[in-house]
Design a protein around this ligand. Structure first.
Ligand SMILES: NC(=O)c1ccc[n+]([C@@H]2O[C@H](COP(=O)([O-])OP(=O)(O)OC[C@H]3O[C@@H](n4cnc5c(N)ncnc54)[C@H](OP(=O)(O)O)[C@@H]3O)[C@@H](O)[C@H]2O)c1
Length: 285
């Protein structure tokens, strides 16, 4: 694991196919000061409106399928890295479309949830290394956590390029592909778990008589402050929790109630349910 954006990262030419929420998040990482993409960035989308928005960004060539039906093939021609960020169901058709336009050795990186390396490798020439990733939504603000897996044809150099790309939007954890679905139940879905906890504590604050605005300040600020404290203090969450929990004090009473709720078992069950759904999706249901 390594930390946030390395200053002065140099990356080879990149095409992002499907620059929606996730594609654009990664694009914003590539456009940060200190990151230079030699050979340029090309992005594609279906609609002209979206392509025009991205065309305003410096150093970005933005193409719309609406204007140019072969935009994806144009974008990948001469690219060293191709990031596939369309919806999972669209991946096979997209790969068939670009397969013979890729130069041998082009690194194809998937962000598509649930689409396996095997699917990518079966639809692309044997000369194309494939990596599979699972980023999460805080990538939009440069605080993402991305799981990254090698394919059967990728080398360590290819993995290093993939790592450098996702490090422009946060932190990267390399795992074997068979752990990527499990990783997704933690960090991929994780932001939703945190938002749910924030929602619930906010309801409690309102029930205690605070206005919704006050409750939002109290709760959002507490989650943000606690996360920053955890990140900056070098201490474990347990140490920090104990620090706030004076013996025989008020927090101790609250923590005892929360511990009775057996959150570990609940999180085990919740992530098992997510994992089960990932298997169902992979089986096509
Ligand atoms: N969002 C997340 O938190 C997240 C997290 C992890 C992984 N992912 C993965 O990221 C991928 C994209 O998800 P998203 O949330 O970013 O979806 P999204 O916002 O809908 O983005 C998909 C983009 O693909 C474009 N597109 C559609 N067909 C295309 C084609 N044939 N060629 C090129 N571009 C095309 C769309 O353009 P138009 O809008 O112009 O039609 C759209 O901008 C998915 O595979 C998802 O599993 C997302």
């Amino acid at each position: 694991m390594s930390d946030h954006t390395e200053p002065n990262t140099t990356l080879p030419s990149i095409a992002i196919l499907g620059s929606g929420s996730m594609g654009s998040a990664i694009l914003s990482g590539l456009l940060q000061p200190g990151v230079s993409v030699t050979g340029g960035i090309r992005v594609t989308n279906r609609t002209r409106a979206k392509a025009q928005e991205l065309a305003k960004l410096p150093g970005v060539t933005s193409l719309a399928l609406e204007d140019q039906p072969d935009a994806n093939r144009t974008a990948v021609t001469g690219a060293t890295v191709v990031l596939v960020a369309v919806k999972p169901a669209m991946v096979p058709d997209l790969l068939r479309e670009i397969a013979d336009a890729l130069e041998p050795g082009t690194i194809v990186i998937s962000v598509a949830a649930g689409v396996t390396v095997a699917t990518f490798e079966s639809l692309l020439p044997a000369s194309i290394p494939v990596l599979r990733s699972m980023p999460n939504t805080p990538s939009v603000v440069g605080r993402g956590v991305t799981g990254l897996s090698a394919g059967t044809r990728s080398r360590s150099d290819d993995l290093a390029v993939g790592r450098a790309i996702f490090e422009t939007v946060g932190t990267v954890v390399e795992v074997p592909e068979n752990q990527l679905d499990a990783l997704s139940t933690i960090s991929g879905s994780g932001p939703a778990y945190v938002f749910l906890l924030i929602e619930e504590l906010t309801k409690t604050a309102v029930a205690k008589g605070f206005t919704p605005e006050q409750a939002a300040v109290l709760v959002n600020g507490t989650f943000r402050g606690a996360s920053e404290l955890l990140a900056q203090s070098g201490r474990t969450p347990e140490e920090l929790r104990i620090q706030v929990t004076s013996p025989k004090g008020t927090t101790e009473r609250a923590i005892a109630v929360l511990q009775q709720a057996n959150l570990t078992a609940t999180f085990d069950e919740a992530t098992d349910a997510a994992l089960h759904r990932a298997k169902e999706l992979a089986a096509g249901s």
